[in-house]
Write a protein that binds this ligand. Structure first.
Ligand code: AMP
Ligand code: MG
Length: 456
């Protein structure tokens, strides 16, 4: 099989992976989920013309000459209804959010006035009609669509949902994700430290990447490079919506993952991508038959038990002892064979798995935000593969400057841990020089910087 360009591999995945079904969750539990239906306003807001300031409701024509002295006819607080109309030479004291009384066509803020004896106010400034009045329905109009399907629920969206009294929110289901590590050399978290072994970091780094998307994955543990054991684990993993397998997908004689997946009915879409780090990475689809699906639905009903099992596993890991839980909902399972090398596995997750999971969750935007940055040093590159260099970003008056996090070996996890982003070296590049403009994929959707980013 050819080595696929990264974007072709991404397209192949996104052409295959669907958006999942819909479920209802409580507003309190909906942060970071994606709306599965349009949301409408259920009233006009504000419900009537209200004051935007603490001050006086006035007739603008009374202020042709200022200062003007007006008689205060009443006090209107937020929540009150005015009882009188404002007539020539009169005003009403009004608080922010209180309804503007009949007759008044403007509000003047208290800072532009002076309280006088005998319930009078001196107005020092003329204003135009409409001044500091929020018009009925200017926030939202009854019946209008205020949020569209596909909108991610951010805190601002939560506020809008609360405003329209959406206590139960229709959102897309999140995929159930299983993570399996493979390799005889791997040492489980609770195994004693053995200098001859390799700690299983991939299960946890991948877990964190999945969690960062708002999904709680299931860790299946470590399968040894033994066809029978692997088959059992892979079978278990294929009951989920998405199975991530790290390691064992290469072409070594003990790399059994791909052949076993194929025996289990998985159709591999690709297993070679022209990228660095990241080889080998594979993607496959299992179309489950009805029998398996109905079992899966049964399994769906024991979700509580499954969560308890996850907890038990995390609390009581025993080396390569693994939980046997099963879970799936749809009739299709998607499998990603990720490279064993820790950095490669994480980069492949970023490029292939994250967009797929976001698609399944109903997100309209699937990819990390990219920014343009200036390279601070030369980068060597052999044409052929798209390279993702881990970089830190610094901001100066000329924009962002990108600097490699140091040694970029695909096993050097610190290069990833220190990175603000992945700098993309195009496949055809023959090397980049200091000062060149590059594209960097930001690694965190909510990247923070040292200062507020503006001066006053
Ligand atoms: P593989 O893809 O199985 O040939 O593994 C490639 C390299 O990644 C080997 O050096 C493995 O020891 C390492 N590796 C594989 N799986 C993991 C893991 N779960 N955690 C850390 N390193 C791993
Ligand atoms: Mg291996």
């Amino acid at each position: 099989m050819e080595y696929l360009p990264v974007t072709n591999a991404q397209k192949s995945i996104l052409d295959t992976v669907p958006t999942l079904g819909v479920e209802t969750v409580k507003l309190e539990d909906s942060l970071a989920r994606v709306l599965a239906e349009d949301v409408h306003a259920n009233r006009d807001l504000p419900p009537y013309d209200v004051s935007a300031m603490d001050g006086y409701a006035v007739r603008s024509e009374d202020l042709v000459r200022v200062p003007a002295h007006l008689a205060i006819i009443e006090d209107i607080k937020a929540g009150d209804m005015p009882s009188k109309a404002v007539k020539a030479g009169q005003c009403a004291r009004i608080m922010t959010g209180a309804p503007v009384p009949q007759g008044a066509d403007a509000v003047i803020r208290v800072e532009d006035t002076l309280a006088l004896p005998e319930n009078k106010a001196q107005i020092n400034r003329a204003v135009k009609p409409g001044n500091d009045i929020r018009l009925r329905g200017e926030g939202m109009r009854n019946g209008e669509v205020v949020l569209r399907v596909g909108t991610e629920i951010t805190p601002g969206v939560t506020g809008v949902l609360a405003t329209v009294k959406c206590a139960q929110v229709r959102v897309y289901r999140r995929p159930r994700v299983a993570i399996l590590s493979t390799g005889n050399e791997l040492e489980g978290m609770d195994d004693p430290v053995d200098p001859d072994k390799i700690p299983n970091s991939n299960s946890y780094a991948l877990m964190a990447q999945v969690q960062a998307l708002g999904i709680e994955p299931d860790l299946l543990g470590i399968a040894r490079d033994d066809p029978a054991e692997l088959e059992e684990y892979l079978q278990r993993g294929l009951r989920f919506d998405v199975l991530l397998v790290s390691g064992g997908s290469s072409v070594g004689v003990h790399d059994y993952v791909r052949p076993i997946l194929e025996t289990l009915g998985v159709r591999m879409k690709f297993w070679r991508v022209a990228m660095k780090p990241g080889h080998p990475v594979a993607f496959g689809v299992l179309q489950r038959n009805h029998d398996v699906t109905s079992k899966a639905v049964e399994a769906d009903e024991v979700q509580g038990a499954r969560r308890a099992a996850t907890q038990a596993y995390l609390e009581n890991r025993q080396g390569s002892e693994h939980r046997a839980t099963q879970q799936c909902a749809g009739s299709t399972a998607f499998v990603f064979g990720l490279p064993g090398n820790p950095v490669s596995s994480m980069v492949c997750f970023e490029e292939f798995v994250a967009p797929a999971l976001r698609r399944m969750m109903g997100h309209a935007r699937l990819f990390r935000r990219t920014i343009a940055a200036r390279l601070t040093h030369d980068i060597k590159h052999q044409p052929g593969r798209t390279e993702f260099v881990r970089v830190t970003l610094a901001k100066d008056e000329r924009g962002y400057a990108a600097t490699s996090t140091g040694a970029q070996g695909s096993g050097m996890l610190l290069s990833m841990a220190r990175a603000d982003g992945l700098m993309v070296v195009p496949a055809e590049s023959t090397g980049l020089v200091a000062g060149e403009q590059v594209t960097v994929q930001l690694l965190d959707g909510t990247v923070f910087q040292d200062d507020a980013g503006f001066k006053e």
